[in-house]
Design a protein around this ligand. Structure first.
Ligand code: AMP
Length: 145
């Protein structure tokens, strides 16, 4: 079996994603692979607080990218990988995760999987979308809810 050289951990920045991170970090250590963290800010934030005041001249997308960058840095520090490359992208998670993976020469993407059913299964989760679109290996780590 060939070795993984560059692992991409895709995080939605949820507390549950930290257990998925543990698996990505463990694999990166075993294979002595590079580790990159990516978070994608979606185009249409549905859960945005209505009372936030944007800093002057800052657009909403820019503001969300900026705050996500801070949250991703904080996550990297908490899980002990503050030297790993961190990327924040704007767009659709599935499309951006797979684009970044190709651009960065990633050979393994690690995502969380909720194992949902019904409508969400029909529409497809991010994990499912990445699994079908990625050109490299994808590890879906079951998230305990
Ligand atoms: P989902 O099924 O869409 O809730 O997400 C499953 C997994 O996809 C998460 O555990 C993450 O690994 C990844 N993911 C979901 N949303 C994002 C996002 N906005 N940015 C990066 N990764 C994400």
């Amino acid at each position: 079996m060939s070795e993984y050289r560059h692992i991409l951990f895709a995080t939605d920045l949820s507390p549950e994603s930290e257990s998925v991170a543990t698996r990505a970090i463990d694999l990166a250590q075993r294979y002595q692979a590079r580790l990159t963290l990516v978070h994608v800010v979606e185009h249409l934030p549905v859960d945005l607080p209505t009372d936030i005041v944007l800093p002057e001249r800052m657009e909403m997308g820019e503001y969300l990218v900026e705050t996500s960058r801070e949250r991703l840095t904080a996550l990297a520090e908490r899980i002990g990988v503050s030297d790993a490359q961190r990327l924040v992208e704007l767009g659709s998670p599935k499309a951006e995760i797979t684009r970044v993976a190709e651009e960065q020469g990633v050979d393994l993407i690690v995502v969380g999987s909720h194992g949902r059913h019904g409508l969400e299964l029909l529409l497809g989760s991010t994990a499912n979308g990445v699994l079908h679109a990625a050109k490299c290996d994808v590890l879906a780590v079951r998230v305990k809810e």
